[in-house]
Design a protein around this ligand. Sequence first.
Ligand code: NAD
Ligand code: ZN
Length: 228
Amino acid sequence: MSGAIFILSGAGLSAESGLRTFRAADGLWEDHRVEDVATPEAFERDPELVQRFYNERRRQAAEAQPNAAHKALARLQKNHSAPVYLVTQNVDDLLERGGAKQVIHMHGAVRDALCATCSHRWTAPREMQVTDPCPSCGQQHTRPDIVWFGEIPYHMDVIQDAIEDSDLFVSIGTSGTVYPAAGFGQMARHLGIKTLELNLDASNAPFDEQRQGKASEIVPAWVDEILG
Ligand code: NAD
Ligand code: ZN
């Protein structure tokens, strides 16, 4: 038993910081269809709309503050006697700003920019423009560093190793509808790792234990239990 804990978080973790979740039921994110703003095809078709959408997400994320759940996870990571792997589908940086370290952003980060030509990465300006040249190769083909639907998430090898190293898998504030993240819990169960879900609405996925409530309440309570 390593004692390590693997935590997968989703939009529900940041909901009480004022960042809206993606509504799987109607496929809308901030009143936009995901196909119009969060796919490589959307970016090729209408880069201005996509940049505007993520400029707005970047602005909101920068104005939002970490909530009690982000801070509790940072406290767990700091005080637990074994590794706490923080893997998030969120593109905001509220875990880091709540004090967490080495957060694995499997869907990228809205504060970063990526060159679609040469893959160079840098800190995005608050407002990205379609005509911004890449600071490395000079091409005007820059995009937010976001993993869009249809693209392969980042750090999959590191994530797989972290799941295998863990004794407990915890899913927080994610609907379990976006793959491959939605399959991590099942992977953990196949490996014989105990699984726990902390979510406002219990998902349909099989977990050994499910607790329902607001992240700002149930996450700190669970962290207190673990730290004893
Ligand atoms: P989702 O929007 O599909 O599901 C949100 C989940 O959060 C639901 O299960 C809901 O029950 C739960 N939830 C809502 N409010 C909560 C609260 N106060 N406390 C606890 N749980 C709460 O989110 P997802 O599964 O993360 O998938 C959405 C996709 O959209 C991801 O790929 C993500 O990258 C992207 N996204 C990111 C952000 C962000 O970075 N903050 C926000 C919206 C969407
Ligand atoms: Zn470039």
